[in-house]
Write a protein that binds this ligand. Structure first.
Ligand code: ZN
Length: 261
């Protein structure tokens, strides 16, 4: 049976700026390859503010996320979970399922299941299960079931660390983002609230610079200037077609070239 996956991606991360940081380059390349881009977050990032209440921070960050999405021609959706208090629940699964069924993506991207951040791990679980439910007629949402389960991919944790400071399994593939690094940085630059926060929380003086360092470090592993890396969800319940990889062939770097030191 031949399956046709739509050239439509839905990225669902926990916080505004995760998408740009971990997959901004990929999304620019996907847009250039003719994909429709949709971005969602499970929370509005209300804890990510300095000298700003949760409510004000949410309002600022929703605007930042919408502007960043606009720069790759994407729509932005917030699923309404609370930053720092995100739990897998019926409510958020149903909202995520409804969003998946309204957008009807061929590809979904989310965090890695073993990410270092608890909100990221909760998001990965919510997204995985909602994707699995997207084709099932008994799932209790009004939108029509999908014909085929979207392909699921995972993005890299910051610093490639798990909760105990260890490392996730080797990425399944890298994408050379050297040609679109400027666009990725332009997307990130919309998240102005994060500059002060990172300075206080992580003693990170140059937030955008640090994001560049991660892309440069991933590039170094595979011999290019800048890269992002990804895993395809190959466990039971999901198809294993390398659809994203096939569509990004000119930028794809095989994991076998990975020389981690
Ligand atoms: Zn995050």
């Amino acid at each position: 049976m031949k399956t046709n996956f739509a050239k439509r991606v839905l990225v669902i991360h926990a916080h505004p700026d995760d998408t740009e940081a971990f997959s901004g380059g990929l999304l620019v390349l996907m847009q250039q390859a003719g994909f429709e881009i949709n971005i969602a977050t499970t929370t509005a990032g209300g804890m990510g503010g300095i000298l700003s209440t949760e409510k004000d921070t949410i309002s600022k960050r929703l605007k930042e996320a919408a502007l960043a999405a606009q720069s790759v021609g994407a729509t932005y959706h917030c699923l309404g979970g609370r930053d720092g208090f995100l739990f897998d629940s019926d409510e958020i699964r149903l909202k995520t399922l409804s969003l998946i069924r309204s957008i009807r993506p061929g590809v979904i991207l989310t965090h890695l299941p073993g990410d270092y951040h608890a909100d990221h791990r909760a998001t990965a679980q919510i997204v995985e299960m909602s994707a699995m439910l997207s084709t099932l007629p008994n799932a209790p949402v009004p939108e029509e079931p999908l014909d085929v389960t979207p392909l699921l991919y995972h993005t890299a944790p910051l610093g490639l660390t798990d909760p105990l400071g260890g490392h996730p399994p080797k990425p399944h593939f890298y994408v050379n983002i050297g040609g679109v690094m400027e666009q990725k940085m332009a997307m990130l630059a919309h998240h102005r609230t994060q500059i002060e926060l990172m300075r206080l929380m992580h003693k990170m003086d140059d937030f955008f610079g640090e994001m560049k360092v991660q892309s440069r470090e991933l590039g170094r592993r595979v011999g290019v200037d800048y890269a992002e890396c990804f895993w395809q969800h190959l466990g039971g319940g999901f198809q294993k077609t390398p659809f994203l990889q096939n569509n990004l062939q000119p930028y794809l770097i095989n994991h076998s070239m990975d020389n981690v030191s």
